[in-house]
Each structure stands twice: as C-alpha cells, then as structure tokens.
Design a protein around this ligand. Structure first.
Ligand SMILES: [Zn+2]
Length: 79
C-alpha cells in the first residue's frame, strides 16, 4: 500500500557531517572529539570503557571512593 505522495529527500548543501547525539553530549562535556581508549579503570579495574568520557563518568560515580578521587585522571595517560 502506498500513499499518494512520497516523502521527498531533503538535499541540504554544505551541511557537512552531522554529529551523533553522543558526540554532542561529549562536546557539551568540554571535548570536541570522542577519545576512544577502550581501557579499564586504572584504580579498580572496572570496565573496559570505550571512551575517556565514560571512564570519567565512572570516576564521577565513585566520588565517595578516596583512591578514585586521589587519582590524577588524565586523558594523556591513555593515549
Ligand atoms: Zn574504578
């Protein structure tokens, strides 16, 4: 069964790549690119986490854990 009108495809020039919702979320988080690290938590071994943002999120969840809070979490250490 077909409708009377087909949906037209919008052709928008110069739009470029549209970031995914996840990319937008991480961009709001202060990072313009997704940093794939696929690394476990260096403190407790949880994970692995695909991105540095997720690892940071894990540290955020462990805000009442002293070893996590004392750990100097740097992206550079995972690159
Ligand atoms: Zn951990």
């Amino acid at each position: 069964m077909s409708d009377a009108t087909d949906l037209e495809t919008l052709d928008i020039p110069d739009l470029g790549d549209v970031p995914s919702p996840q990319a937008c979320r991480e961009e709001r988080d202060g990072r313009k690119t997704t940093n794939h690290i696929n690394s476990k938590c260096p403190v407790c071994g949880a994970g692995p986490y695909n991105t540095f943002a997720k690892l940071r999120g894990h540290f955020g969840n462990m805000s009442d854990d002293t070893p996590h809070q004392n750990y100097d979490l740097r992206l550079e250490a995972f690159q």
